[in-house]
Design a protein around this ligand. Structure first.
Ligand code: SF4
Length: 401
């Protein structure tokens, strides 16, 4: 969980280190971060689960460093660890391959390099233990000879990583492109018993931050005060953004001429493929009793979005469709690779996930022919207000035609 003033994980560039068990990968990660992030041991295979650490990498900014298990691990458990290391690729923006400078890359690393190329991920090759070589070769933009033990070329590796990662993540606005300086956006935040005590959740915080980025004003109120808040304004707001669970009530208050959307829909556009999630929503009309529905959230620890996914969404689907699907819930990084048994996937806004991870989940669903949609889109659809809720995005609204 991020601290109050920390950049959330989903906003950090993810730099993952991959290597064989004897390449000194964890030592190099520790030298790179300047802290004992990973357990270092002469025993092979010490890193059994990916290890995450946040740091600032200048001039790039906030990054998340990931140390992965050895890519050549063996045995039943070893195969599981290799699979975990490969899954990290789904959330990697820059891969650093760590190899022993005295040995060839080897088939496991060559195969991984091929996968990285296929995904068009930026990649650096760090030849570790270069202090043991009789002569240290000149580095290039893609390959450096380093030593975690002596600190040789660690600064150069960090500089090369920062250069390679700049531009690796596509910059997208959350809401600022929908607003002009001087505009007002009204944000509707219900405070019910499921809302976290004493704070706003991450999608709400990020939206307020981006409204301010546009030079606009953010006016925050509960759904119960929305009507009087709108009445008090000298002119209608440019945009109303609501928590998805209050969509139906809010749509009944906001005049049709005022743009309306939800935090979750904004997040779906910011992190992933909004048209795909809008196209996927119609799968709810085809649901039958017993169909398996996956409801997925990005939160790793506490569910910040309360019981929307586990409680309110299943109730809404039962009430509006009159069917009893078989709901499965997952959160954090436990998104299943095999989606083939599901009739549809319903995902939260994914504010704690990086764009690559969200894109990879959406791609997995699309490639397996499983419709995927988003909390806000589904709630708007089932309440008959989806055209109003996506009106701020004309290219997506056209799909509903
Ligand atoms: S449930 Fe999803 S949208 Fe809500 S806070 Fe967690 S990751 Fe963000």
């Amino acid at each position: 969980m991020s601290g109050l003033n920390e950049t959330p994980s989903g906003e950090r560039v993810h730099i993952a280190f991959f290597g064989r068990r004897n390449a000194g990968k964890s030592s190099l990660v520790n030298a790179f971060t300047g802290q004992a992030l990973s357990i270092v041991s002469p025993v092979e295979g010490t890193t059994t689960d990916p290890v995450y650490k946040s740091m600032e990498l200048l001039p790039l900014g906030p990054v998340q460093i990931i140390d992965t298990p050895g890519i050549d691990d063996v045995g039943e458990l070893g195969a599981l660890r290799v699979e975990k290391a490969r899954q990290v690729l789904d959330r990697t923006d820059l891969a650093i391959l760590v190899a022993d400078a005295a040995e060839p890359l080897g088939p496991a690393m060559e195969a991984l390099r091929e996968q990285i190329r296929d995904r068009k991920l930026p990649c650096l090759l760090a030849w570790n233990k270069a202090d043991l070589l009789p002569a240290v070769p000149e580095g290039t933009d893609e390959a450096l000879w380093v030593s975690a033990k002596t600190g040789l070329h660690i600064t150069e590796l960090k500089e090369a990583a920062a250069r390679a990662a700049i531009g690796a993540v596509e910059e997208r606005p959350l809401v600022s492109d929908l607003l002009e300086p001087g505009d007002t956006a009204v944000l509707v935040v219900p405070i019910d018993k499921a809302a976290p005590k004493g704070r706003l959740i991450l999608p709400q915080q990020q939206t307020i931050r981006d409204v301010l980025e546009a030079g606009a004003s953010a006016l925050v109120c509960r759904d119960t005060e929305l009507a009087q808040t709108l009445e008090k304004l000298a002119e209608p707001p440019k945009l109303v953004i609501t928590d998805s669970q209050a969509f139906a009530q809010v749509a009944g208050i906001v005049p049709p001429a005022v743009s309306l959307t939800s935090f979750s829909i904004l997040m779906a556009r910011y992190k992933g493929d909004l048209p795909l999630t809008v196209a996927g929503v119609r799968a709810v009309d085809r649901l039958k009793d017993g169909d398996r529905v996956l409801i997925a959230e990005g939160c790793t620890h506490h569910r910040q979005c309360g019981d929307i996914g586990t409680g309110k969404l299943p109730c809404l689907i039962r009430a509006k469709r009159g069917v009893e699907p078989d709901f499965t819930f997952c959160s954090g990084r436990k998104f299943p690779a095999d989606l083939s048994g599901y009739a549809m996937v319903i995902h939260c806004g994914g504010c704690t996930l990086g764009p690559r991870e969200m894109a990879s989940r959406q791609r997995a669903a699309r490639d397996q022919g499983v419709p995927i949609t988003n909390y806000g889109i589904l709630i708007a659809y089932l309440n008959g207000i989806l055209p109003h809720a996506v009106a701020p995005f004309p290219d997506v609204a056209a799909l509903l035609g």
